[in-house]
Design a binder for this molecule. Structure first.
Ligand SMILES: *Cc1c(COP(=O)(O)O)cnc(C)c1O
Length: 353
């Protein structure tokens, strides 16, 4: 750090993304990317004409993309905010809505505590229960807002919509942000509830279930006034937060043909997740029931750190968190059937050693 860095940032503990190694080819199961390319319509959306138009600024209102998302979810265009990854929607939501503080789980998406620190927001950390489940009662009648990843990461566990509604209804004076990065893999979306509750903001992303992590496309859906607040942040920092290519690709991912493509690929991921979970359980591993595109797994008789290293030596990357409660677990993204066969075989060897 330089001696010029503002004092308020000197203790900031930044988010550490999963490795994106360039040294060799790994079977990459560490950052919950989709194992398939984006839909053909998305790929076709980027052509020479669009590239020539790069001399122009992108549409700051992102109208075409917002319209497409609004019709996809059955909400109004004024209920949609689009962002550079959902991380940017979350960033702005923290900046806007958590003046009274924020509550989130002890084991959840690591960015929440980074944003809380960045904005000097008081964070109330609520432990998951011993089964790694969110206890909805802990979130009723809070004196602050809350952010809930549903399904949660890194556990993969989901709360039913009725529990999300109970939490939102019991906190009418504060915003509840529901982060639905993984909802397409088996969760229930709270987006329909945004019509009934003006304190519910749902964040979502193209990174996980649409195979577009590199396009940096996210969005938030909620009451029009909440969206106006997020727009205020955007126009105060980066009015052209999405580039023209991302805007085009985002809309192209919502065509009927793209919907059919993603529906098929997402069900394949779910099928492979269930098969992999069964095979690992048969090897003696503890596998949490997952509604996401990853599984959270404890390998018998070996620490999480060691299992991570042994898999890495075999060319398979998974995610290990050194946090005490979960240091014996691995978060393993669901890849193709053949990726997962390689993973199961490698773990079978590691367990035998
Ligand atoms: C991956 C992820 C995000 C971030 O997604 P981007 O759209 O790529 O920024 C947000 N929340 C959770 C829980 C995630 O796992």
């Amino acid at each position: 750090m330089s001696r010029f860095l503002a004092k308020k940032y000197r203790t900031l503990d930044a988010y550490v993304p999963g490795e994106q190694p360039r040294d060799k080819r790994y079977i990459k199961l560490n950052t919950n990317e989709f194992p398939y390319p984006p839909a053909p319509d998305v790929i076709a959306a980027v052509n020479a004409d669009v590239l020539s138009d790069l001399r122009l600024y992108s549409d700051p209102t992102a109208k075409a993309l917002k319209d497409a998302l609004a019709s996809y979810y059955g909400v109004g265009t004024e209920n949609v905010f689009v962002s550079n990854g959902s991380d940017e929607s979350l960033n702005f939501a923290f900046a806007c809505f958590f003046e009274d503080g924020v509550a989130f789980a002890d084991l959840t998406y690591g960015f929440y505590s980074v944003f809380a620190d960045l904005y000097g927001i008081d964070a109330k950390i609520i432990p998951l229960d011993e089964d790694f489940s969110i206890v909805p009662e802990d979130y009723l009648g809070l004196d602050r807002g809350a952010v809930i990843a549903n399904p949660n990461a890194p556990t993969g566990k989901a709360l039913p919509l009725s529990e999300i509604e109970r939490i939102v209804a019991s906190n009418p004076e504060h915003v509840i942000v529901v982060d639905e990065a993984y909802v397409d893999f088996g969760g229930e979306s709270a987006i329909p509830l945004t019509k009934k509750y003006d304190n519910l903001l749902v964040c979502a992303t193209y990174s996980k279930s649409r195979g577009m992590a590199g396009a940096r496309l996210g969005y938030a859906i909620g009451n029009a006034e909440l969206i106006t607040d997020l727009e205020l942040m955007k126009y105060s920092t980066n009015p052209y937060n999405l580039d023209s290519l991302a805007l085009r690709m985002g809309a192209a991912a919502l065509t009927d043909s793209s919907k059919a493509y993603y529906a098929e690929k997402v069900s394949e991921v779910i099928k492979v997740r269930e098969e992999t979970s069964e095979k690992l359980a048969a090897l003696g591993a503890t596998v949490l029931p997952s509604k996401a595109n990853f599984i959270f797994v404890k390998i018998p008789d070996i620490s999480g750190g060691e299992a991570y290293k042994k898999l890495r030596d075999r060319g398979i990357l998974v995610r290990h968190f050194s946090k005490e409660r979960i240091s014996d677990y691995l978060r393993i993204s669901i890849g193709t059937a053949s990726d997962m066969e390689a993973l199961v075989n490698a773990l079978a060897e590691i367990i035998k050693e």
